[in-house]
Write a protein that binds this ligand. Structure first.
Ligand code: FE
Ligand code: FE
Ligand code: FE
Length: 509
């Protein structure tokens, strides 16, 4: 769906393009980053309201209400982020916009699945409502995997075909979000087939998450109707997926992969239009300190991708993917989302126009985006206070002696371990070199109490940490070794209505 430009504006643009009426804004003396031909060419750009009315040879049309001299700088289309969960910035939509718009991002294709996993359909609705009227265009997706790992962890909602149908029925929702339950797709599980059938029926885009899929599994995943991936694991993987016809969304999270990917792309006779750029999950310190799409582009260019080609991936290629003929190019008829760049290789964004209005300069918004009328959701911590015993590993049927327990080894990539422990008063004594992790269901949908296990290979540390921010189910997760410290941290997060808490030497820091 395209947020249409009204007829009166179009009629004025038709006149202005022929010099019969002045432009609202005329940008002169700049070089257009032509993302179709990959040329950099001198042209003036005339704007009418939110749209570009004309891109013409310098000096040929001069009448304008306001003329801005670009002074030899480059004018590029606003960047489009092809796949992002803005919640990872820990910011509300208007604050998120205030950070990424000055970096050059004017449109995001966002999957609010962290919101959806906590709040269900209301979470997606909130993303739609809270992003209205911002200088950043939110194109929202229907979160496909709520919960992300059915049968393993319970989140705050359970999306079936019915919920997906409801979300895809909203005009602001432009597609089904990353289908990350790859196994359910390959097994053709009835729930997943139901969800995919709704998406196919809607005619909207179906986004993928095809981590590690290749050969027959990749072909099967595509056959299900899913057509994009942002989980690239190697240059080989990127090329196989491009050849398979997938939209490949390059993200910046695994920097070490990028040089190889760029080298492989540069060997192709042509870089396909199906190569796009995204940020996925970027945490606030990185987003503010290093950037989002601008940072991914800067690194790709440093690793050898041609700057115009890189910008093409983040603009017209994403617009093609999103089926948005009104975005992604500095040409007449499209939205006036424009960037003034002082240095292409450094992706140095000097000023940003969104919908024809100058909204940011030198890394800052000219006016802070206003918070939406839609209120942020509250009271999502649906769990009562916890006791120290909730953070102990209970050994059923034993009060003393020794027992062998299962442990969880590793952090990001985990495996089962085994450990002989001392049993005291019915609980395992946690070995000196190990710690404890507890997951507490916080959505009020299950009576199962806290689940506690011994964790190994996490180095040596003490204290406790509790967080309700835990992808993708956002249950309350607590780490530590002293049960009293863990309870203190957990109860503080519950009292706060969610968040993070660190306890050191028995005190909240
Ligand atoms: Fe993913
Ligand atoms: Fe993602
Ligand atoms: Fe997530």
């Amino acid at each position: 769906m395209s947020d249409a430009i009204d007829l009166a504006t179009r009629l004025r643009a038709i006149q202005a393009a022929q010099g019969r009426e002045p432009f609202d804004v005329l940008l002169t003396g700049g070089k257009v980053v032509d993302v179709a031909t990959l040329e950099l060419r001198e042209a003036d750009i005339g704007l009418i309201g939110p749209m570009i009315a004309s891109v013409h040879p310098p000096g040929t049309l001069k009448a304008a209400r306001q003329t801005v001299d670009i002074g030899g700088r480059c004018v590029a289309p606003g960047f489009i982020d092809g796949h992002v969960h803005f919640e990872s910035s820990h910011m509300l939509p208007h604050n998120y916009a205030s950070v990424v718009v000055p970096q050059g991002t004017t449109t995001i294709f966002c999957d609010p699945h962290e919101l959806a996993n906590v709040l269900g359909v209301a979470g997606v609705r909130y993303a739609v409502e809270a992003s209205r009227g911002l200088p950043l265009r939110f194109i929202v997706q229907a979160s496909s995997c709520v919960p992300a790992a059915p049968g393993l962890e319970m989140s705050g909602a359970d999306f079936q075909a019915k919920e997906i149908n409801e979300l895809l029925g909203m005009p602001e929702v432009a597609g089904l979000a990353e289908v990350m339950d790859m196994k359910a797709v390959l097994d053709a599980s009835p729930r997943m087939i139901g969800i995919l059938t709704e998406a196919l029926k809607s005619g909207k885009i179906i986004e993928g998450h095809a981590r590690g899929l290749k050969g027959p599994a990749l072909q099967a995943y595509l056959s299900a109707g899913i057509s994009a991936d942002h989980e690239i694991t190697s240059a080989e993987d990127a090329i196989e997926k491009l050849r398979a016809g997938m939209t490949v969304e390059i993200r910046g999270s695994h920097d070490y992969l990028l040089p190889d990917i760029v080298a492989a792309l540069n060997k192709l006779p042509v870089i396909p239009t199906s190569l796009t750029i995204c940020t996925d999950d970027v945490f606030p310190d990185i987003l503010v300190g290093r950037g989002g799409i601008n940072d991914v582009l800067r690194r790709l260019i440093r690793y050898g991708l041609d700057p115009l080609q890189a910008i093409r991936c983040a603009t017209i290629n994403n617009a093609i993917r999103l089926r948005r003929d009104d975005l992604g190019q500095v040409v007449a008829g499209r939205r006036a989302d424009l960037l003034i760049l002082s240095d292409l290789r450094e992706v140095a964004v000097e000023a940003v126009y969104a919908n024809g209005r100058r909204v940011a300069e030198n890394g800052r918004m000219l006016e802070a985006p206003k918070a939406a009328l839609a209120l942020p959701p509250v009271r999502t911590m649906k769990v009562g206070p916890l006791g120290a015993d909730d953070f102990r590993v209970r050994i059923p049927g034993m009060t003393g002696g020794r027992a062998v327990v299962r442990t969880i080894r590793g952090a990001r990539f985990t495996s089962w371990g085994e450990r002989e422990v001392e049993v005291r008063n019915g609980f395992a004594v946690v070995p000196e070199d190990a710690n404890v992790m507890t997951v507490v269901h916080r959505h009020g949908r299950s009576n199962r109490g806290p689940q506690t296990a011994i964790i190994e290979d996490w180095d040596h540390w003490r204290g406790a940490y509790a967080s309700s921010y835990s992808h993708d189910s956002h249950n309350l997760v607590v780490y530590g070794s002293d049960p009293a410290e863990m309870a203190l941290a957990a109860n503080r997060v519950i009292e706060m209505g969610g968040g993070n808490c660190v306890v050191k030497d028995g005190k909240i820091t």
